[in-house]
Ligand binder design. Structure first.
Ligand code: URA
Length: 201
């Protein structure tokens, strides 16, 4: 990607993330410390989408900085990637109280921002972390059957996006079997990218 396009993406995302902090109508704003818009490379080939910020993310304003984030970093390392190579965000941009599951109306209120982020980054691959992120795009899928599989979805104004479903690192952290499955599924990301790159050329 040329430098001019990268600069434009960076500026658009900065502007969007700033507006998100000021204009989001999500009721979670009332209890959260701050917005956690997303972090990383605006020109990334891979966009990771988690569920919602937790306590550490709420305090720091950055996604995946706690134990699940550390596990995610280890898995990125296993495929030769770092946070600077990816963009990472959540379907919900504010921490739900006591880390409860986000409610449908909270997901709806935050999804406008998420869909704009996808439009700007226009990644080669969207990796969903956990069932909430996957079900936002594919409501009928079950994570136990869909993890480690890729899916394609058309967006009304934009190109089709390819999704890859993974278990959530926080769910897999203390579950040996799920942890191993997640690590194995993660290792398939580079091959998927190699397969998708020619489609963009
Ligand atoms: N879990 C998530 O889904 N997102 C975060 O940012 C942190 C933990």
């Amino acid at each position: 990607m040329n430098d001019a396009v990268s600069d434009i993406k960076k500026r658009l995302l900065l502007d969007l993330n700033g507006r998100m902090s000021e204009d989001c109508v999500c009721s979670l704003r009332r209890t959260a410390t701050q917005a956690v818009p997303g972090a990383g490379n605006a020109s990334a080939e891979v966009l990771f989408i988690g569920e919602a910020p937790g306590k550490n993310e709420d305090l720091q304003g950055v996604p995946f900085v706690g134990a699940a984030g550390k596990f995610l970093d280890e898995m990125l390392d296993s495929i030769g990637m770092r946070r600077d190579d990816i963009y990472i965000t959540n379907i919900v941009k504010y921490r739900p109280p006591d880390n409860r599951d986000p409610l449908p109306e909270e997901i709806r209120d935050c999804s406008e921002w998420l869909h704009e982020q996808i439009g700007i980054i226009d990644p080669l691959l969207i990796v969903t972390l956990g069932r909430h992120a996957m079900n936002h795009f594919f409501p009928d899928l079950r994570i136990s059957e869909s993890h480690g599989k890729a899916f394609r979805r058309e967006f009304p104004q934009g190109r089709a996006q390819v999704f890859y479903a993974l278990y959530h690192p926080a769910a897999a952290l203390y579950n040996g079997g799920m942890r191993e499955t997640l690590k194995q599924d993660f290792l398939r990301i580079p091959a998927l990218l190699r397969k998708l790159r020619p489609e963009r050329e």
